[in-house]
Design a protein around this ligand. Structure first.
Ligand SMILES: Cc1cc2nc3c(=O)[nH]c(=O)nc-3n(C[C@H](O)[C@H](O)[C@H](O)COP(=O)(O)OP(=O)(O)OC[C@H]3O[C@@H](n4cnc5c(N)ncnc54)[C@H](O)[C@@H]3O)c2cc1C
Ligand code: SF4
Length: 555
C-alpha cells in the first residue's frame, strides 16, 4: 500500500490505465490507447492547474511522432502548424562576435527543415482536447503523490495528493484526502526528474545497466518584439560565450514564433564544477550579447520560466518496464541533446508504451512487466536517432563547452551517421558529484540587471504566474536540516542560492546568530534543479498541493 498514512479512508477508482503527467508522452500514450481500443478506461493526472500550465520547452518541433499519431494535425487547428521553420542558424559566440557554423558542415539531422516552432504548452492543450474527444478522463490539479504497490511489490496505481493540510501537517477545515487510482498498468510520464520516477528507479534498480541521467537547467522568456525585426520561422541556436568564461556547458536558442513573439532561452548543463556559476545570471549575460540584445531592444518581456532537461542521451536510458508500470518520455530520458529536442521522442515513447499496454490488456494480462515495450523502444527510430548523437554531450562536457569539444562532437556525429563510429559510447557521472569545493574557485562577478533586457530573479518569477497555497507542508524536503549550513555553505559557498532559477533558497542571518537556509517554497517553478544538483543530495522535491506551481500561458 501507500507509503503514506494508511489510517485515512480513501476513495478508490479503478481504470484500465492510469497515466501520470499530461505532457507529450502522457497525451501521446492516452490518444494511442483510445485509438487502438476505445473501450479502455484511461485517465491522466496532471499536477498543473490545467494541461500546459507546467509545460516549458523551446520549442522547435519535429513532427515525426505527431504525423504518426494524428496525421491530419496540420489541417485540424493545431497551433503548432502556425509557424513552419524558414531559417535555420547556428552560431558559436565570442564575447562580442560570432562564428556562423554552416549547416553543410553538420550532419543532415541537425537541420530544422520540415520542423515547426511554437508553444509546446499550447500543443499539449490541443492534444488534451483530442484525448478528451476520444473519452480520456483528464484530472488537472491532481498530482500523483505516491505509488501504490501490492504485496508482491507490483505497481497497482497511484495516490493523488491530499488537499487542506497546513504547514505543520495538520488537517485544515477543508481537508480532502487524496484518492487511490488503481490500474492494470500505470504509465509514468512525469518529464525530467519525475519525483515518483526517482523512487521507481531506486526501488526496481532501473539504472543498474545504464549510465546515470544528466540534466541541464533551461530558462526561457517570451518577448513581444518590434514587428520590423520579426522573421516568422527563423530559429537560432548558439554555443560558446558566456559559458566559456566559467568552463561550463550549454547554449542558447531564439525562435521567431507567431504573433510577433520570440521565445528565447538558455540551457546550462548541470555538470558544472565551479559552485559560483549562477545559471540565471548566465542567461541574463547571454541576452546582453550584441546579436541577441538587438533583437530584444524595443520589445517587452511577457513570460519567464525554467525547467530541467535530460542530457544523458542513449547511454542513460534506464530499464523501462517493471511490474505494473512503465516509464515514458523524459521520465526515462529520450532528449536528442545536440538537436535540443525531446518532445517528438517523448510522444513516440508514449505511443509505443500504449501499444504494448493495449496488447497486454487484450490478452487479459495486468500488472506484469511490459518487457516488450522496452524491446520495441530499443528497436524504434528513437534508438536510431539517439545513438547517432550519444557522444555529443560527453565530448562537449570533456572540453568544457569550448569550440574544440563542439568540433569533436560534430566529427563523432558525422562518423556515426556514416556508420563509422570510432569512439565507444562515453560514460557519465552525476551532476551532483561534478560540483567542486568553493575554495578552488574565485567568485564570478555578474553585471547588475538593467531592467530593460536583463532582470533579477524575483521580478522574473512574477512572469511565471506561480502560485502555491502558502499554508501547506514545504514540498522541498531536506533529509537533514543541518546539512545546508554544516556542509553546503562552508564547502560549496551555498550553491542552492544560485542554481535555483526562482530564488527559492536564501541563506539569511537576520539576528546575527549565524546563517540559516530560508526556503521560499511558494516561488518554486517545479524545474527540479535542486533535486538534481544539490551536492549532498539532501533535497527531495515532492509534489505540493494540487494546482500549485507555475501557470505558463504559452511556454
Ligand atoms: C528550455 C527547454 C527547451 C526545450 N526545447 C525543446 C525544443 O525546442 N524541441 C523539443 O522537441 N524539445 C525541447 N525540449 C525538451 C522537451 O520539452 C521535453 O523533451 C518534453 O517536454 C518531454 O515531454 P514529457 O511528456 O516526457 O514531459 P513534460 O513535457 O515535462 O510533461 C510532464 C507533465 O507531467 C506533469 N507531472 C509531472 N509529475 C507529475 C505528477 N507526479 N503528478 C501529476 N502530474 C505530473 C507535469 O506537470 C507536466 O505537465 C526543451 C526542454 C527545455 C527545458
Ligand atoms: S526550488 Fe528547486 S524545483 Fe523549485 S524552482 Fe528552485 S531549483 Fe527549481
Amino acid at each position: 500500500m501507500s507509503e503514506q498514512d494508511t489510517a485515512i479512508e480513501r476513495e478508490s477508482m479503478p481504470y484500465d490505465v492510469v497515466i501520470v503527467g499530461g505532457g507529450p508522452a502522457g497525451l501521446g500514450a492516452a490518444i494511442r490507447l483510445k485509438q487502438i481500443n476505445p473501450e479502455l478506461s484511461v485517465c491522466i493526472l496532471e499536477k498543473g492547474s490545467e494541461v500546459g500550465a507546467h509545460i516549458l520547452s523551446g520549442a522547435t518541433y519535429d513532427p515525426k511522432a505527431l504525423d504518426e499519431l494524428l496525421p491530419d494535425w496540420r489541417e485540424d487547428g493545431c497551433p503548432m502548424a502556425e509557424t513552419p521553420v524558414t531559417d535555420n542558424w547556428h552560431w558559436f559566440l565570442t564575447r562580442s562576435g560570432k562564428v556562423a557554423i554552416p549547416h553543410i558542415l553538420m550532419p543532415p539531422f541537425m537541420s530544422n527543415h520540415g520542423n515547426y516552432t511554437g508553444s509546446l504548452g499550447n500543443l499539449c492543450r490541443w492534444l488534451a482536447g483530442k484525448a478528451e474527444e476520444l473519452g480520456v478522463e483528464i484530472f488537472p490539479g491532481f498530482p500523483a503523490a505516491e505509488v501504490l504497490y501490492d504485496d508482491n511489490g507490483a505497481v497497482i496505481g497511484v495516490q493523488t495528493g491530499d488537499m487542506g493540510v497546513d504547514r505543520e501537517g495538520q488537517h485544515k477545515g477543508d481537508y480532502a484526502p487524496g484518492m487511490n487510482l488503481l490500474a492494470k498498468y500505470t504509465l509514468f510520464c512525469e518529464g525530467a526528474r519525475g519525483h515518483l520516477t526517482k523512487r521507481l528507479k531506486a526501488k526496481y534498480n532501473l539504472e543498474a545497466d545504464s549510465q546515470p541521467q544528466k540534466y541541464g537547467i533551461g530558462m526561457k522568456e517570451l518577448w513581444d518584439i518590434d514587428p520590423e525585426k520579426h522573421v516568422p520561422g527563423r530559429v537560432l541556436h548558439t554555443q560558446g560565450w558566456p559559458l566559456t568564461e566559467t568552463g561550463s556547458g550549454g547554449g542558447g536558442f531564439l525562435y521567431h514564433q507567431a504573433n510577433n513573439q520570440v521565445a528565447l532561452g538558455f540551457v546550462v548543463t548541470l555538470d558544472y564544477a565551479n559552485p559560483y556559476v549562477f545559471p540565471f545570471e548566465e542567461f541574463q549575460r547571454w541576452k546582453q550579447h550584441p546579436e541577441i540584445r538587438k533583437v530584444l531592444e524595443g520589445g517587452k518581456r511577457v513570460s519567464y520560466g525554467a525547467r530541467a532537461i535530460n542530457e544523458g542521451g542513449w547511454q542513460s536510458v534506464p530499464k523501462l518496464a517493471f511490474p505494473g508500470g512503465v516509464l515514458a518520455g523524459c521520465s526515462a530520458g529520450f532528449v536528442n541533446v545536440p538537436r535540443i529536442k525531446g518532445s517528438h521522442t517523448a510522444m513516440k515513447s508514449g505511443m509505443l508504451a500504449a501499444e504494448s499496454v493495449a496488447a497486454a490488456i487484450a490478452a487479459s494480462r495486468e500488472q506484469d512487466s511490459l518487457d516488450e515495450y522496452d524491446a520495441a523502444l530499443r528497436e524504434s527510430w528513437i534508438a536510431k536517432e539517439l545513438k547517432l548523437v550519444q557522444n555529443a554531450e560527453p565530448l562537449l562536457a570533456k572540453f568544457n563547452g569550448d569550440i574544440f569539444g563542439a568540433a569533436l562532437a560534430n566529427v563523432d556525429m558525422w562518423l556515426r551517421t556514416l556508420k563509422l563510429p570510432i569512439f565507444p559510447a562515453m560514460k557519465h557521472h552525476t551532476d551532483a558529484s561534478a560540483l567542486q569545493r568553493a575554495d578552488l574557485y574565485r567568485p564570478v562577478q555578474y553585471p547588475k540587471p538593467d531592467g530593460v533586457i536583463t532582470f533579477d530573479r524575483l521580478t522574473s518569477v512574477a512572469f511565471s504566474f506561480t502560485n502555491h497555497e502558502e499554508d501547506q507542508p514545504c514540498h522541498l524536503r531536506l533529509k537533514d536540516a543541518a546539512v545546508p549550513t554544516a556542509i553546503n555553505l562552508p564547502v560549496y559557498a551555498g550553491p542552492e542560492a544560485r542554481y535555483c532559477p526562482a530564488g527559492v533558497y536564501e541563506f539569511v542571518d537576520p539576528d546575527g546568530a549565524g546563517p540559516r537556509l530560508q526556503i521560499n517554497a511558494q516561488n518554486c517553478v517545479h524545474c527540479k534543479t535542486c533535486d538534481i544538483k544539490d551536492p549532498t543530495q539532501n533535497i527531495d522535491w515532492v509534489t505540493p498541493e494540487g494546482g500549485g506551481g507555475p501557470n505558463y500561458p504559452n511556454m
